[in-house]
Design a protein around this ligand. Structure first.
Ligand code: AMP
Length: 283
């Protein structure tokens, strides 16, 4: 079982001791309600580094008004049990430990790529996310931190922040872990009832349809995905777009090669996201 630390000071002490023993440090930031997607990140960290730190913190700064901050699932004991021996240290701070003044007056600003897609739907979300990730990277001081491709825009912005601000932690990206039927694992899947769970599969099906139509060009790929959603009045698609993975700028219809297709949709009261790399032919 991992050691549980609730203060920044304790984390620094454990990490310093590990470093003094010659160990490298890996870090997996999470909001808890852990599932196999998180555990895959942790296993990658375990393989690549000696001392594995997992943070569990539901960051109020990245939730907008009316979002699910209050109902977001929290179960530290279950999370720690799931981690077992895969993690050495769990950092589970209180909101007060992270934000002793209630808020921060200095924050990280995501820039224009943070205003698109998830950033457009959730104003301030990415600034709040980057601010807490920056704090956590400074607290842990890991050699390598692990993020999921599931949150494609998030990991793009984190990589850019680390480059822009010369943060001395390497960022590793781990492919999206899915259920057998294709549904991307997410803590928010816990909100779904049986029929919503079935509806939620639409996101992955849209991406699959787009991938299969990639040979006919990007326009056809997007259209094929949209057609899947049209048959599902219980799925309210927010966006279904292709971007250039290198810049996150929307890909032009005549784009060819590898694009990243992003989807966000509301199923009942739950907002879900997914994405996939799709190879498209020039048309
Ligand atoms: P969260 O607890 O939702 O903030 O997620 C913590 C980390 O786990 C983030 O880097 C996510 O991208 C990653 N993650 C969440 N779901 C998955 C998944 N299905 N596959 C891979 N990584 C994931």
């Amino acid at each position: 079982m991992p050691v549980i630390a609730s203060t920044i000071e304790q984390v620094r002490e454990y990490v310093t001791n590990a470093r003094n023993d010659g160990q490298t440090v890996g870090f997996v930031p999470t909001m808890g309600a852990l599932h196999e997607g998180h555990l895959t990140l942790v296993r990658e960290a375990r393989q690549a580094t000696d001392f594995v730190v997992v943070s569990i913190f539901v960051n109020p700064l990245q939730f907008g008004r009316g979002e699910d901050l209050d109902r977001y699932p929290r179960d530290l004991d279950a999370d720690v049990a799931l981690l077992g021996d895969q993690a050495d240290l769990v950092f589970a701070p209180s909101v007060d430990e992270m934000y002793p003044d209630g808020d921060v007056s200095t924050r990280v600003v995501a820039g224009p790529a943070g205003d698109l897609f998830e950033g457009a739907a959730r104003p301030g979300h990415f600034d709040g996310m980057l601010t807490v990730v920056s704090k956590l990277l400074n607290i842990v001081g890991a050699d390598r931190a692990f993020f999921g491709q599931k949150d494609a825009q998030q990991v793009f912005l984190v990589q850019r922040m680390v480059r822009d601000l010369n943060v001395p932690t390497q960022i590793a990206v781990v492919p999206t872990v899915r259920e057998r039927d294709g549904l991307a694992l997410s803590s928010r899947n816990r909100y779904l009832d049986e029929s919503e769970r079935e509806a939620a599969l639409t996101l992955a099906r849209m991406l699959t349809a787009a991938r299969e139509a990639g040979g006919q060009g990007l326009g056809s790929a997007i259209e094929a995905g949209r057609r899947v959603a049209e048959a599902r009045p219980d799925v309210d698609v927010d966006y279904f777009v292709a971007v250039d993975p290198a810049t996150f700028a929307p890909a032009p219809e005549e784009a060819s090669g590898e694009v990243l297709i992003l989807v966000a949709a509301r199923v009942g009261s739950t907002r879900l996201i997914d994405n996939a790399y799709v190879s498209v032919a020039h048309k």
